[in-house]
Design a protein around this ligand. Sequence first.
Ligand code: NAP
Length: 302
Amino acid sequence: MRVLFAAPDSYWPRWSQPLQAACPEMDLVRDGDPASIDAIIYAPGGEIADLSPYVNARLVQSLWAGVEKIVTNQTLTQPLARMVDPGLAQGMAEFCTGWVMRAHLGMDRYLQDGIWRNDVVPPLAKTRPVTVLGTGELGRAVAAMLGTIGFPVTGYSASGRAVAGMRVLGAQHLDEALAQAQILINLLPDTAETRNLLNAARLAQLPEGAWLINPGRGTVLDDAALIAALDSGHLGHAVLDVFRTEPLPADHPFWSHPGITVTPHIAAETRPETAAPVAAANLRRAMAGEPILHLVDRSKGY
Ligand code: NAP
């Protein structure tokens, strides 16, 4: 099987060996006759934008969980699979849990300034409701880790599909999902339906002092509405990992806002050692004509 590695050059040193090791029967190439390509491994930012010459490719396997940049490519006719990687899920769960604990324990109160601030009894997790927008692969992993600590976690998704151990609200219950969220975590994908979902009206539905953690996608959040909600004192703080423009421009107001923590899209990384076997399994399925895992529904965009 001949597989085209269609990703930025910087990916090649990290990915080529683990992919080849996970799938020794594969001939992993970086160019060549498009008609000879059986499948494509894809990440945004590479040179290949036109997928139409790859007429014999049976699969485009994304190395990223978020597929908004490829699913909207008009030349894509091949089946598209997104990355579902245990390392990615674990990384996202750890990232979100870390920032939730900062919010929950009020870690920012304790400055090295000689003041003995013992007037607040640290609350227990069971008193701190958290809402996770998106109960997909990553939202579920985050909710499970928070649940083990004792946070009451409510999930929100388009379908409201049941998830073991968690209350899940469907699309018509966004008001309720927001109203109870002392900490709101966004893990929704970037689609036509999710863009600007967290606008001024929706941010106003969060409880006074709520924290927002956004490792989902920057397009879900109305930037100006967030700044207004922080400036008015309605929201407590926002931890933002993803942005409408990345890298976040140096003059963007998020950088200097005291109510915002910017992290540079590092919440969860696709790790070659755990993701290469996932990609290999899907490539083999595609070659054998078996059902491909984690297929993207183009009509939904995720
Ligand atoms: P996923 O498994 O596809 O799950 C997506 C979830 O969002 C599903 O629960 C889905 O609902 C829900 N959803 C989609 N559109 C919705 C809408 N309009 N209203 C309500 N719910 C909606 O995706 P995932 O693997 O968990 O990844 C989620 C996102 O995380 C990715 O798309 C990407 O943007 C982001 N991400 C960020 C990083 C980072 O480092 N910051 C890393 C990886 C991924 P249903 O269950 O009903 O379908």
